[in-house]
Design a protein around this ligand. Structure first.
Ligand SMILES: [Zn+2]
Length: 702
């Protein structure tokens, strides 16, 4: 702790020594933005602005909290809860620009800033949540919350903050708090070790080097040339290299005719962190699991899973198990049928062996060709980026009456980023939407959506949200616009769904406005994928980029039916990992954990077939040992139940744009999503509990 305050002190000295007063006033984070719509003034932000702004932001929040604590009036909602909710606004302002840009447009300078500020921010947070005097005031309001004439939102915000402090250990005696700090510190170090070991095992410790071109049998030309490039980057000119990164390994597993090489690369993959070398993760996993048990017990929970899930829609680990088993039961036989189907191909080709995990992609690809015959290249011309974007705006327009107007006059952080002004049907403002489509150096992989500024009501006036969607789509070329594949189409609709959630949010407190549990987050996004794939919707936006011809019915049918391809496998490998995650985190007593045999037992218990390996095995399950998904890997499929069930409501009404349902969905599940428990909000829309039926049908499990 001391070290960090020293760094902070020296940073500040450095800063104030070097910065002239005039320069500080130019720092755009030091005041409200003066841009139209209050968007971040990207054109005026320089990397040198961040550190001074972070430090000033923390300083201001500390001063705000000091003022709150030293208030001589009795703690009440306004002088304590609201004051805390509104503290740290300057810090939020710089945070909401720095971190999104560090993801979407980073460079060495930005990364160095991140390394510098991260420990400062985490200490800043600890200091707030373990501040006794602050907690005492919050608790005083919490204890009297039902006698203070508060409205339901004020009570909810008070309860949320109280629980945040409690879950961070504020209620514990000093010695337990110290113990907790120690556990937290060790846990954060162990996660770091887990991640570093995994990185070495993935990127350094294994590669498949092919020297004889005969061993490339079956691989498409583009994959071969990619492997040659990887080889020459590794100084292996004239050879071919495949790595354990998925874009390299999966096509190899899919297409390589060399069975022994498929086994070699897949073994390399599923043995990561489990090779008895310097990067072995077995002991790390065992220690993390035991420390999490300790942490949960310190905080008054039986198990770590209880601690985590208590905050989610599911509420208890038992509910999650019941739910997962409801899917497991039909998924397992379906996976077995897929095995039979592939074994038939093996036998027909005279294979004389039993299908193994490293054969799955190869034979699944054969099944795909036989049954679905859907080529990427046939689809892409119908999904130009402009058409897909306009299609998604059209869907939002028909559902919610909103409009999108391109603005070329607002500052952007990158010249090809598009900005839209979003308005209600009557012209009143909704918010601003940034769309950043293409990969570039400095942008992370994948797609995501962030708030550059979140919505809030202040004295009856709404601050409109500024939302940013970042993707990595196929780039346009000199003579072709950006043409998306099906996965990219659904990704754009998905992220747009997160965007609508942010744009529509209506709330008066930062703590609750649009803030939903982990197993709710993907509902607003995943539901939009249903519209993307609905034949009636596809017909309106999928037009050939050259001829304008509407996509042929035959292709729509193929898109629809290929949705059922390999679903037994996909569901089982995902559920197996989710169950493994839960099994670790429902443990209640520290034990001498043998990770390998624990995993085997967990999988045997549910009858996982030997042809499938869990999507993540323990020693490379980064989601749960090096990320925020411990006891929460299940959330993706939980939200899928909700989105499938919600869309069923539209389908059953006979109108996928049903205005009444759309208004309800917007009101309860998007605008007021944080006003009450996730399930309560969902039921206000649906009028009943979500049913798993729609998901089972969609995945072909029923
Ligand atoms: Zn998402």
């Amino acid at each position: 702790m001391k070290n960090i305050s020293l760094i902070l002190a020296s940073l500040m000295m450095l800063l104030f020594a070097n910065c002239k007063k005039e320069k500080m006033t130019e720092n755009p984070f030091f005041g409200e933005y003066t841009t139209p719509f209050g968007v971040p003034p990207f054109d005026k932000i320089d990397t040198t602005h961040y550190i001074p702004a972070f430090i000033e932001g923390m300083k201001q929040q500390n001063a705000e909290i000091d003022a709150l604590i030293s208030n001589s009036n009795e703690p009440d909602f306004a002088n304590t809860i609201l004051a805390f909710d509104r503290s740290g606004l300057m810090l939020t302002r710089v945070r909401r620009v720095f971190f999104p840009l560090n993801d979407a447009n980073t460079n060495e300078q930005m990364q160095a800033i991140a390394r510098q500020v991260n420990p400062l921010l985490s200490k800043h947070q600890d200091d707030i949540y373990l501040n006794e005097k602050l907690f005492a005031r919050i608790k005083a309001v919490y204890d009297k919350r039902h006698d203070m004439l508060l409205d339901s939102q004020q009570i909810r915000v008070t309860e949320k903050y109280y629980r945040d402090f409690e879950r961070m250990g504020a209620n514990l005696p000093k010695d337990k708090q110290d113990e907790l700090r120690k556990v937290n510190t060790e846990l954060s170090m162990l996660s770091l070790t887990f991640g570093q070991n995994l990185l070495a095992e993935t990127n350094k410790n294994f590669k498949l080097v092919i020297e004889d071109s005969a061993d490339l049998a079956g691989l498409p030309e583009s994959i071969i040339s990619g492997a040659a490039e990887t080889a020459s980057e590794a100084g292996l000119e004239g050879k071919w290299v495949f790595t354990l990164s998925k874009p390299s390994m999966i096509p190899f597993l899919q297409y390589s005719d060399r069975r022994e090489l498929r086994e070699k690369i897949y073994r390399g993959y599923f043995m990561r962190g489990n090779n008895g070398n310097a990067n072995d993760n077995n002991a790390v996993v065992a220690r993390i699991v035991n420390l999490r048990i300790k942490k949960a017990r310190l905080l008054g929970f039986e198990s770590f899973a209880e601690y985590i899930i208590d905050d989610n829609m599911a509420k208890t680990p038992g509910n999650v198990y019941d739910f997962l088993m409801k899917l497991w039961e039909p998924a397992l036989p379906m996976a077995k049928r897929e095995v039979t189907e592939m074994q038939k191909i093996i036998d027909r080709e005279g294979g004389k062996f039993k299908l193994q995990p490293w054969d799955w992609w190869y034979y699944a690809e054969k099944v795909r060709k036989e049954k679905y015959d859907l080529e990427d290249s046939a689809l892409r011309p119908y999904f130009s980026l402009d058409n897909v974007r306009d299609g998604m705006f059209m869907v939002a327009g028909r559902l919610y009456g909103i409009t999108f107007t391109r603005r070329n006059d607002l500052p952007v952080y990158q010249k090809d980023v598009e900005v839209y002004e979003v308005k209600e049907a009557n012209g009143s403002p909704v918010g601003i939407l940034y769309l950043d489509y293409y990969p570039r150096d400095g942008k992370g992989a994948g797609a995501w959506c962030t708030d550059l500024r979140s919505q809030i009501f202040e004295n009856g006036k709404r601050t409109d949200p500024v939302i940013s969607i970042v993707c990595n789509f196929t780039k346009p070329t000199a003579d072709t616009p950006s043409l998306l594949n099906w996965d990219e189409v659904t990704t754009l609709f998905h992220e747009f769904g997160h965007g609508l959630h942010g744009l529509f949010t209506q709330g008066s407190y930062y703590r609750t406005a649009g803030v939903v549990p982990n197993d709710y987050v993907e509902l607003p996004s995943q539901i939009m994928e249903n519209w993307a794939g609905d034949p009636n919707v596809i017909r309106t936006y999928a037009r050939h980029y050259k001829t304008g011809e509407v996509i042929p019915e035959e292709l729509i049918t193929k898109i629809q039916s290929s949705g059922l391809f390999n679903q037994g496998f996909g569901t089982v490998e995902y559920l197996a990992a989710s169950l493994l995650d839960l099994d670790y985190h429902i443990l209640t007593d520290s034990l001498n954990l043998q990770v390998g045999s624990f995993e085997t037992q967990a999988m045997n218990k549910v009858g996982l077939i030997s042809e499938i390996i869990p999507r993540y095995r323990s020693t490379y399950f980064a989601h749960i040992f090096d990320g925020g998904y411990a006891a929460g890997y299940y959330v993706y499929i939980w939200a899928e139940v909700l989105d499938a069930d919600a869309f069923t409501a539209f389908k059953e009404s006979g109108d996928i744009y049903n205005p009444e349902l759309a208004a309800k969905f917007r009101k309860y599940c998007l605008a007021a999503s944080g006003d009450d428990e996730g399930m309560v909000q969902y039921k206000k829309f649906r009028g009943k509990d979500p049913s798993v039926e729609a998901l089972l049908k969609r995945r072909g499990l029923k």
